[in-house]
Design a protein. Structure first.
Length: 471
């Protein structure tokens, strides 16, 4: 009888512990289906291909709170693309939920486009459209990309650089945008190593120096509190290396290395359960001075953070505690705001020249946000420095095209005025469309630009130059 490999044994043990018997049975069926479908296929490293989907499913168990459909889809996510299995067959065997998730991460049919760049863009468009409808598709794609990064040493240098660059440009910001912060941190850590090996070595050396400096700062302040010293001065945990690197990279992007050395120390700790993490937080808060408003919880990422004063005159230290996630749905998909799934859908809906989608999506993902309110109190998330015109297009395309002014906090202003978080905006519209090509300079949001460009292309196709002014 064939001996089952240890990773599979561990995977099944966790599945049986976390899922109901019926769901666990379906996951075991999916595992057998994937093993059979990938029989004889090897990865570039020479290992059986089946260990890739198994590792992807394990990452989802480790990093999110997956349901039965997501784990089954992780195990089967390459069978349509690589094994000739049809979506209809998957739906018949495992249900429409699994089939839809697998289809969402399956590459676009390259025979339907003329260039490789076009194929990659259409694959990205398909992913974003599907992910905006079902957040689980983003989780699966991030887990798939993460395992590819972990095993990137087996492929050519050219592919290493291409995958790393694509990850840093698109997938890390996308993971951050939809609330998958833990995936984002490790993907950035691994991709940066492949894209910038010399820079990575320099940053790692700087992080070692900063860690020693921070320990010396904390040691004096925490010496009178054994419980505090136990938490603050524990040996570094290798499993949080990605979090440390991501934080260091952020500091060095914002300021010089000498100034960043004195930045607030951040201590990352990982726990086997939420209860253990909260026990240390309680001990920390009992003997340290807590900064108001710094206690934050992210159950999707399995993280809770707090900032405290170590002692009466000690430094401010941020503690970030990680534990297995206990929530499946990122809050961004539940908020119903214009910057979550609706923005993603709008951005990918516009079809311009080849490369436009990648550029527009990168614009959307890199901007910080402000929150602006309608007169009825509905909140809209917009990029920093957005204008009245951005808000008008976020409400509705017709309002954006007909905008002629606005009342911001009760005061009249024009459509080019920049907005701030908390502004209450009422757009004043005209009976006719006023939009023209010069408005693009007043738009900061990729969503607004996409809508305006779409309308301008419609006007060009109508062969009616006056339509830029009236319709």
């Amino acid at each position: 009888m064939r001996q089952v490999d240890s990773p599979e044994v561990n995977f099944f043990a966790e599945v049986r512990r976390r899922f109901a018997p019926a769901a666990a049975h379906d996951i075991e069926r999916a595992t057998h289906f994937a093993r059979t479908a990938h029989e004889g296929q090897l990865r570039a490293s020479g290992e059986p291909y089946f260990y890739h989907p198994l590792s992807v499913a394990q990452s989802l168990l480790d990093m999110v709170a997956p349901d039965r459909d997501l784990i089954c889809a992780a195990l089967l996510h390459d069978v349509i693309e690589d094994c000739g299995v049809s979506a209809e067959s998957l739906e018949l065997d495992f249900g429409p939920g699994v089939s839809a998730i697998v289809d969402g991460v399956t590459k676009f049919d390259q025979t339907r486009v003329v260039s490789q760049v076009g194929a990659r863009e259409e694959t990205l468009r398909k992913l974003v459209v599907a992910g905006a409808r079902d957040h689980r598709i983003f989780s699966l794609k991030c887990a798939d990309r993460l395992h590819n990064l972990r095993t990137l040493d087996a492929v050519s240098v050219a592919k290493q650089r291409r995958v790393a660059a694509e990850t840093l440009a698109i997938f890390c910001p996308l993971a951050q945008y939809v609330g998958l912060h833990r995936f984002a941190a490790e993907m950035e850590y691994l991709a940066y190593r492949w894209a910038h090996p010399q820079r990575t070595a320099a940053i790692s050396a700087w992080l070692t120096t900063k860690a020693g400096f921070d320990v010396r700062r904390m040691k004096t302040a925490a010496s009178d509190f054994p419980a505090l010293a136990k938490i603050a001065l524990a040996e570094p945990d290798p499993s949080v290396a990605a979090d440390n690197f991501a934080h260091g990279l952020m500091l060095l992007r914002e300021q010089t290395s000498s100034r960043a050395l004195f930045a607030t120390p951040v201590v990352y700790r990982r726990y086997a359960s939420m209860a253990l993490a909260y026990a240390d937080i309680a001990a920390l808060h009992e003997c340290a001075y807590v900064l108001p408003g710094t206690f934050k919880v992210d159950l999707v990422a399995g993280a809770v953070s707090t900032s405290v004063f170590l002692g009466t005159h000690g430094p401010v230290v941020e503690f970030s505690f990680r534990f297995p996630p206990s929530r499946a749905t990122p809050f961004v998909f539940e908020a119903g705001t214009s910057s979550s799934s609706e923005d993603l859908s709008t951005v990918v809906a516009g079809r311009g020249e080849e490369g436009d989608l990648t550029r527009t999506l990168r614009e959307l993902l890199r901007h910080r946000s402000i929150t602006v309110l309608s007169p009825k109190g509905k909140a809209f998330l917009l990029p920093m420095s957005s204008t009245v015109l951005d808000f008008a297009f976020a409400v509705h395309s017709e309002i954006g095209l007909r905008a002629r002014g606005a009342m911001v906090n009760g005061r009249a202003t024009d459509i080019s005025s920049e907005l701030r978080s908390g502004d209450v905006v009422e757009v004043i519209t005209s009976e006719r469309i006023r939009a023209d090509a010069t408005w693009i300079t007043h738009l900061r949001s990729p969503r607004g630009r996409t809508k305006l460009r779409h309308w301008l292309r419609e006007v060009e196709r109508s062969d009616d130059p006056t339509a830029l002014i009236t319709r």
